[in-house]
Design a protein around this ligand. Structure first.
Ligand SMILES: [Ca+2]
Ligand SMILES: [Ca+2]
Ligand SMILES: [Ca+2]
Length: 947
């Protein structure tokens, strides 16, 4: 693990010389004003106060002086058509000229078509922009993530309370080079090599794609010797298959080398970048990068004849494909600097087109809607009543196990129909008064975030419920049931004022997306619903699906597994060695010292040497002697081991396994005051180290793979044994007893205690091959005492005294624990500021500890009140923790204060000042746990004033 960052930096260096087209190329000067050049017709809005299109460019004073809607409410928007896909890098807003109408906060939507909008996000949250404070000031915002789109929509969220919504806007950006190709699901582009075999050591492949399909092959290449590279969509995720070795296994049966992304079938653009140097691969989808190393030994990718994009055509069988083809659009597809789509457009001979590939994107006109609120969202759509039979269909996607999908009262007293998701299973119920007339249960795990299609058909006493093309019928006899279509179909939930059987909802409302709603075999126009001319609704986002994968990235720490509902994520921490809502809190103590402190005596314990840091727990034996608490870590070879027949040409060697990683052992050693290992070498005509200048006959390896030619009892660098230092060796011409090379048994025994070399990981012996030569060795367990963290103490004696450290890096989780004692009335234990974010822990009054933190949504303050003063010059314990789910503060045994984190809004703690520790007359013991976990902020002992 230690070589990780180094490896990555080498990797980055290798790539800096490669051409990286398209993806990251945001123009340096991409900030032209785009709206000022548009015709008034390019603007549109939800409604307009003047009744006509009001142009709303920045600084415009003529006409209405900008846009105001008819009514000022949360359903309003102002939109502009930029004429074609452009790169948008910044936006600016102003109020309406000469009015008291301005917007104080807004969000942005983007689209290629004016439909299927995408919310602008930053920090993985839907971003709220700060708007204006008067009519004429200009508020300018640069987008952290530039967006490529044709349509931009400003959605006012809040406005001047003593005025209306009023806006003048500008969008900044530039045009960019775009080559697109549209694949219809039966087509592909073949890029044919000039030679039969193309063998590459490095590859860079980049593209953007948008698709409504969750499955399909984006590209594929393979060699006759078994190499292959395949990128495919699988259930809305991207799977990359890569093999460089000769192999019998075909890619189609292989596990993907890497899987990345989620919900990629949303008909929005997603970017892909694959960079490979030999076995090292960086796989990037949108803003997430995964690094992996290919299996096997080979460095070259050997592809025969061609690479295919959009599908895998079967050789010799034109028009047939091996797997499901990609259906959708690709943009700026580059393979090692070659613009594939440009070649195809210009009909170059290297490109062979299978099926129909066009060079503009076909956009399916599908309008998704989002049910936002689990108690108040619903959609009402009218049907044609009194038809003998019923037919309703739609698609949905959700993360919630339960929710009402559809409720309707059937005509002619034929009962009520209820379709719901219950524990991830679809349930259709026809109910007549209180009697269950028919019930169908089908499907499982339907809350997997994927689109599922449902249709209900009732004709002539036959009821079928079709889920993802599988039809199911009720178990009971339905021949007596007569069903007549309803008048009003309620999707997602029921309005408050209705009673059964108009709309029934025994469970909660649906939270999720729906699309393609058909009633009586007629598609329903959801834009008409939005415009108020069809049906009714509450708490819906129309023309966008705002589903979000809250497990990507996975914020469960230490390998905890993530699951989610529509509004939050959950961590399963079992078998991780950690607990808490994000698996942050270690289950085991840091050291034997802490177990002892809790009243435990000798025994085997798990210790987590870096607390909530990434290292796992290690089993050790804790032993208490009169004056010390020993931690001992056993290895797999502690018995006396005899060695014969070893020579410099044929050395004997034995590696030691401590049952933990070297990182864990190093953490134990580094946090201890003293560590040692007893080493014994028994010998008969077997020399140990030779003279200090000679080539050693025996040596050992420590934590780094270096030879150490010194033996127990001696310090590093002297090539001696204990007897050599004491000048009592058997033969005073030598520095080890064994080096006297006697026929009688003797030994050299002592302790290795230079911590930077420990633990002993291997021993090598080379002098037991002469006549009568024999040796035996024994290396004891690693034994340490003294927890340096535990006994860290620091005091601050004047108001002005404090310590400072580099910035505290704890974006997602932080835990801080320590003991303090003080006589001061108040003082700051710890403080770190950012531009707006901060974290502070203080004794705010003699009986109050305050933990304050702001991650960008305003400060959260937790206060623990103590019934007795805390400045009594006695030790008190404080533990503060913040993770993505909860913020908490514990003081001594007093009730723990905690506050749950809001699921929306900012969540990164971004700090940039120095970290200050201790202000006021405080004594702090037990240093800050989280600080020690972070190598960058690990405090140096010299920075402390020891008490
Ligand atoms: Ca190869
Ligand atoms: Ca740990
Ligand atoms: Ca922040």
């Amino acid at each position: 693990m230690d070589s990780g960052p180094l490896l990555l930096s080498i990797f980055t260096l290798l790539f800096s010389g490669l051409w990286r087209p398209g993806l990251t190329a945001t123009n340096y000067n991409c900030d032209d004003p785009l709206a000022s050049l548009l015709s008034p017709m390019a603007f549109s809005s939800s409604s307009d106060l003047t009744g006509t299109h009001s142009p709303a460019q920045l600084n415009r004073r003529v006409g209405a002086g900008g846009w105001s809607p008819e009514d000022s409410n949360a359903q309003q928007w102002l939109q502009m058509d930029l004429g074609g896909r452009v790169e948008v890098t910044a936006v600016a807003t102003q109020g309406r000229y000469g009015s008291s109408d301005w917007v104080t906060s807004y969000s942005l939507l983007f689209s290629d078509t004016g439909h299927n909008w995408k919310q602008y996000q930053q920090e993985d949250s839907i971003w709220t922009f700060a708007g204006n404070t008067n009519a004429d000031g200009v508020m300018h915002h640069r987008l952290l993530h530039p967006v490529r789109a044709r349509f931009v929509r400003f959605v006012p969220l809040e406005w001047n309370p003593s005025g209306k919504i009023g806006m003048r806007v500008e969008v900044y950006g530039c045009s960019y080079k775009s080559d697109v190709a549209d694949f219809d699901g039966r087509s592909s582009l073949l890029y044919r090599f000039n030679q039969k075999l193309l063998s590459t050591l490095k590859d860079v492949i980049s593209l953007k794609f948008k698709s409504i399909q969750g499955d399909g092959v984006l590209f594929h290449g393979e060699g006759q010797r078994g190499d292959y590279i395949t990128l495919e969509l699988q259930k809305g995720r991207l799977a990359l298959h890569l093999n460089l070795d000769d192999s019998k296994t075909r890619f189609s049966s292989s596990q993907p080398s890497a899987t990345l992304g989620s919900l990629l079938d949303d008909q929005h653009w997603h970017s892909v970048l694959i960079e490979r140097v030999g076995k090292h691969v960086n796989f990037t989808v949108d803003k997430y990068t995964q690094h992996f190393r290919t299996k096997g030994e080979a460095d070259a990718l050997d592809i025969d004849y061609e690479l295919s994009f959009g599908g895998i055509p079967v050789p010799g069988k034109p028009g047939t494909f091996l797997k499901k083809n990609f259906q959708g659009c690709m943009e700026n597809l580059y393979y090692n600097g070659i613009n594939i789509i440009d070649l195809a457009k210009r009909r170059k001979h290297q490109i062979y087109t299978v099926g129909n590939v066009t060079f503009s994107c076909s956009e399916p006109q599908i309008v998704p809607i989002t049910f936002v609120n689990s108690s108040s969202s619903y959609l009402l759509l009218p049907g044609t009543p009194n038809i003998d039979g019923l037919s309703v269909g739609f698609q949905f996607r959700t993360w919630n196990k339960d929710g009402l999908l559809l409720s309707t009262e059937l005509s002619e007293g034929s009962g009520a129909l209820l379709l719901s998701l219950e524990a991830g299973t679809l349930r259709l119920l026809i109910q007549k008064t209180t009697r269950r007339a028919a019930e169908i249960l089908t499907g499982s795990n339907l809350n997997d975030g994927l689109w599922h299609s449902v249709s209900i058909n009732a004709r002539r006493n036959r009821i079928t419920l079709t889920l993802d093309n599988d039809a199911a019928s009720p178990a009971q006899d339905t021949s007596q049931i007569q069903i007549y279509s309803g008048n009003s179909y309620y999707f997602g939930g029921c309005p408050d004022n209705l009673t059964a059987p108009q709309c029934l909802n025994p469970i909660e409302a649906f939270q999720g997306c729906m699309r393609l709603i058909f009633i009586d075999n007629q598609p329903k126009d959801l834009i008409s619903v939005q415009q108020g001319s069809l049906g009714n609704f509450s708490d819906l986002h129309i023309d966008l699906c705002s589903i979000k994968d809250r497990c990507l990235p996975n914020y469960c720490e230490h390998g905890g597994s993530c699951s989610q509902s529509w509004t939050t994520f959950y961590c399963n921490c079992s078998d991780t060695g950690y607990i808490g809502p994000t698996c942050h809190h270690p289950l085991y103590e840091r050291s034997c010292e802490v177990y002892r402190h809790q009243g435990n005596t000798a025994g085997f314990f798990h210790i987590d040497p870096d607390g909530s840091g990434p290292l796992g727990a290690l089993q050790v034996y804790c032993n208490v002697t009169e004056d010390k608490i020993w931690t001992s870590v056993q290895h797999n070879n502690t018995e006396l081991t005899r060695v014969q027949g070893a020579s410099p040409e044929k050395p004997y060697s034995m590696a030691l396994d401590y049952g933990g990683s070297l990182g864990q052992l190093e953490a134990v050693i580094d946090s201890s005051e003293h560590c040692e290992q007893e080493v014994a070498y028994y010998c008969r005509r077997s020399r140990l180290l030779n003279t200090p200048d000679g080539v050693p006959f025996t040596w050992w390896m420590g934590r780094s793979k270096e030879r150490h030619p010194y033996w127990g009892g001696a310090p590093p660098g002297v090539q001696q044994c204990e007897c050599g230092l004491d000048e009592i060796c058997l033969d005073i011409r030598y520095f080890c007893n064994c080096d006297a090379d006697k026929d009688e048994w003797t030994n050299d025994t002592g302790f290795l205690s230079f911590k930077d070399h420990l633990p002993v990981t291997q021993i090598v012996i080379t002098d037991t091959n002469r006549s009568n030569s024999e040796a035996a060795w024994r290396i004891g367990p690693l034994r340490c005492y003294g927890d340096r963290h535990f006994w860290n103490a620091v005091s601050f004696n004047t108001e002005a005294s404090y310590l400072h450290f580099p910035t505290f890096h704890a974006e997602f989780s932080a835990d801080i624990s320590f003991y303090f004692k003080t006589t001061a009335l108040s003082g700051v234990f710890l403080e770190n500021l950012g531009i707006t974010d901060f974290i502070r822990l203080e004794i705010s009054s003699p009986s109050e500890i305050t933990f304050a933190i702001d991650v960008g949504n305003g400060p959260v303050e937790l206060v623990v009140q103590s019934p007795s003063p805390l400045n009594d010059n006695q030790w008190h314990y404080v533990r503060a923790e913040r993770n993505l789910k909860v913020t908490s503060l514990q003081v001594d045994g007093l009730p723990r204060m905690s506050r749950e984190t809001s699921e929306e809004g900012h969540f990164r703690l971004q700090l940039n000042s120095q970290l200050f520790v201790g202000r006021g007359n405080l004594k702090v013991l037990f240093l800050l746990e989280a600080l020690q976990n972070h190598p960058v902020t690990r405090p140096r002992e010299t920075a402390f004033i020891w008490t």
